[in-house]
Design a protein. Sequence first.
Lengths: 232, 354
Amino acid sequence: MTSIIDGIWKALQLIFSGDPLIFEITVRSLLISGMAISLALLWGIPIALFLATRNFRGKLIVKGFFAAMIGVPTVGLGLVLFLIFSKGGPLGFLHLLYTPTLIVLGEAVLITPIVVSLGSRAIEDVDPEVMNLARTLGANEAKASIALLKEASNGIAIAGIASFNRAVAELGIAQLVGGNIPDKTEVLTTGIALETARGNLELSIAWTIILLLVVFGITLATLAVNSIRRRR
Amino acid sequence: MMAFVAEMRGVTKTYGETTAIDSVTFRVSEGEIVGLLGANGSGKTTLLKTLALIEKPTKGEVHFRGVEVTQKNAQQMRLYTTMVFQKTTLFSQSVYDNIAYGLRIRKIPRGEIDRRVKTALKLAMLEGFERRQARKLSGGEQQRVALARALALETKLILLDEPTANLDPRNVSVVENVVETVNRDFGQTIVMATHNMFQARKLPKRIVLMDNGRIMQAGSPAEVFGQLSRTLAGFSALENILTGEAGVSDGGVTVVDVGGNVHVEMTQAAKGRVSVFISPEDIILSVARFASSARNVFEGRVVEIQDQGRLVKLKVYAGKPFVVQITKRSFIEMCLILGSNVYLTFKASSVQIV
């Protein structure tokens, strides 16, 4: 117990010491997960919109697939990406293994099912006449879709938070396709795993505290913005 | 050849096995108010949505100002018209932003948007509501915002789908006044669906009677209502229309035997076969019989309950089905459920011959 409290104390000292290593890894984690969520939203929202507004044969299977993929083990997905992008793999010629780009791509794939599932649910919850309303007011299909997405923005924001938190807190992909290379692909979660294995508990506790602060901070900020918008 | 504002030529719309409208040919001339009268499910909404170009006809053609609507020009043609839905649909934005939405899409300059929003709000008696959150307004105010949003576009044709169906009498009167004003003062053409006989008689210059997705009859209110009695049996789903034999009682009032042991008394003189209408708002619903000057009191039981937000619509079977509209508060206070025993009371002067 004493060693845990001691570890937390030393970790807090480290955080407030202004150590550039702590800053660098935190920023890298935020950038990688930020880019992953941007990519996932870019391709996930159109899929969610399609699933929420169109009826087609096999729709339930597609929705079920995305819902099931929410729980995919990150190590499993990391391994698949490793095999695809390793030297002998089909996309090995791209030389993306052990680069931040592949971590971004992997995390984007990981969180796409969350964006699609929660996003389509949020869109389905909007009054279905909103698109028709926009059309009767002169909107074309693209503008009518934007009007629908705007109405679903609170739910989409929740999908965004859940996805970002999953991306920033995952270990398997970052470890397997990033390789935890210092100054290049080391992120908060791989750092925590490495330093814990090394017995460097102060540093791993410090990074855990930062990780939790990031997750709480972003979640609270998004919920606060949603709440202000609702009250206006 | 005269160009109509809008025209449907042999339009059929099917949803799977169901035919919503069937070979409908319908023309709307500039500056008229057309009332689409028919029971729920008669095809009024589908006809309006087809004219609003948000439903594609399965068969037939739609024309605007003589030009056929095609896949290519549909988006452009949609700018000639707008529609107000029966179930109020608003964006979760301010009243101003709701009304300005269509104007911004049309890339109208900001100053002109301000002017049009203000004029529309004034017409809908919503001055000073600009900054209010539209969805936080009362049901009647929300429907008036929807109407103001349509008016601001200044389209040649406005389509209204039962715009007063769920409103209290005060809001009904505001909406009816707005419809009359924009038609009279601005020459806007209006097609309005309704199943309210009084409204159909009062507002439109032309009535189109719909049943089972087909147009059964069309003409001026005087023509249609003059002939209606003969065809009313086919329109039994219209609310509170009863057909029977009228005769004069000993007391000098007219009594109509509408069957089911129901004898309706009315002040208007009539003899022989007639159809009468009692507005749902004119019927007092009570759980006990009470003494009053009203000539018509019937005992019945609640067979259908329809929650309409602030109002509740009840169907009461008292030998014949009667539709009654009461406030949600009264409904809760009276602890009504399906099968509740109730009394219906209305004055002889509330009974109108149609």
